[in-house]
Design a protein around this ligand. Structure first.
Ligand code: PLP
Length: 388
């Protein structure tokens, strides 16, 4: 399989797996226990915390380990809502992941007010509108640092400056951003940041929440008081150790090599299919992600053809039962249902190779040509330039 779906999940790094195994085989005692053996386990968790903190430019006591990105997001939102009831407003970006949007729905159910910040054709949040929205007392602005479908990067520094000037806190869903671009909480002083292990070559079932020392925090999970009282529940020690190693590797390796692969892929496809639209290409975007619209070609059919050809990627639309629902991300960017339904997402990692890129690009071109031949060229007459 040629795996081009790294925004869905990443292959665990061999170094991560190696580092985790001793904590499943030998050092499996409860880190909260009093005997000597537990000290090794506790120390491993704290070492991982320091590594993750350094990666983000944070202090160790600002990192709380969780079970996933979704939990981190929910915990941040929930805490602000609980500690700051007098400020009702939550502002969320229009292209947020369901974890943020559904948490927003709960915020509204609990009596809060949720306002959606629109994005432009390139998927970038509108700072002018944000400034207007912040005229009302706002508790929290929650905008993703980089988008999972397009890779489009948000102007986080400007968002933080505007929000803080209005007395609001900032949470960012950095699940897709960390490890793929510079993410430093000193340079961009967000109050909360969520990340997920399985998107950065660590294991599933572990995530982290950065909570700035400036922000007050009330845990989502209460109980035994683990994670220095910030998140109860016996720690996923192996997962946490693996996340520490993944963070260290990400710090050392950077994302430049991955960007070369993605760029090469786009060049090959567009040379042979010149009407292909790359969504968000006019603005800053992750070097690992390519959201491509092939006018007139159904993404669902392409997924089947590519799967047969051994290429794993994703559609810009989610399939539910028999119906194809347009991607809310692409819709928010102004793509109509037909274009959104003709969009595929290819996401690369450091384990992708140039050979795979060439093979996959060839399979994509052949697939599009086949679909167009089957349906008759121009079956759906669409303008070539959208979303850029
Ligand atoms: N936020 C973004 C942007 C994501 O892409 C994802 C996962 O797809 C999540 C949040 C949720 O992360 P997790 O799967 O760790 O809960």
């Amino acid at each position: 399989m040629i795996y081009l779906d790294s925004n869905a999940t990443t292959q665990p790094a061999p170094e991560v797996v190696e580092a985790m195994l001793p904590f499943l085989r030998e050092y499996w005692v409860n880190p909260s226990s009093a005997y000597q053996g537990a000290r090794v386990v506790r120390k491993a968790v704290e070492t991982a915390r320091e590594t993750v903190a350094q990666w983000l430019g944070a202090e160790a006591d600002e990192v709380v380990f969780t079970s996933c990105g979704t939990e981190s997001i929910n915990a941040a939102h929930d805490s602000v809502r609980a500690l700051w009831p007098e400020r009702r407003r939550l502002i969320v970006g229009a292209t947020e992941h369901a974890a943020v949007l559904e948490s927003g729905v709960r915020w509204a159910r609990q009596g809060g007010e949720v306002v959606v910040l629109p994005v432009d054709r390139n998927g970038v949040v509108d700072l002018g509108v944000l400034k207007e929205l912040l005229r009302e007392p706002t508790a929290l602005v929650s905008v993703m640092w980089a988008n999972n479908e397009t890779g489009v990067i948000a102007p986080m520094r400007e968002i933080v400056d505007l929000a803080h000037a209005a007395g609001a806190l900032v949470h960012t869903d950095a699940v897709q951003a960390v490890g793929k671009m510079e993410v430093n909480v000193q340079a961009v002083p967000v109050d909360f940041l969520s990340l997920s292990g399985h998107k950065v070559h660590a294991a599933k079932g572990v995530g982290a929440l950065f909570v700035s020392r400036r922000a007050r925090f009330q845990p989502l999970l209460v109980g035994g008081g683990q994670e220095h009282g910030q998140r109860s529940g016996t720690e996923n020690v192996a997962g946490i150790v693996g996340l520490g190693v993944a963070a260290q590797l990400m710090r050392e390796l950077g994302g430049a090599a991955v960007c070369e692969l993605r760029d090469r892929f786009e060049v090959i496809v567009r040379d042979r299919l010149p009407d292909t639209v790359v969504n968000g290409e006019a603005v800053a975007r992750l070097g690992s992600t390519s959201s491509m619209t092939f006018p007139g070609v159904e993404a669902a059919g392409m997924l089947i053809l590519l799967d047969k050809a051994g290429v794993a990627c994703a559609a810009g639309s989610a399939c539910h039962a028999a119906a194809l629902h347009p991607s809310p991300v692409l819709e928010a960017m102004g793509l109509d249902a037909a274009h959104a339904g003709s969009t595929l997402r290819f996401s690369f990692s450091r384990y992708s190779t140039m050979d795979e890129v060439a093979l996959a690009a060839n399979a994509v071109v052949k697939g599009v040509e086949k679909m167009r031949a089957l349906h008759g060229e121009g079956l759906v007459a669409l303008p070539a330039k959208v979303g850029v």
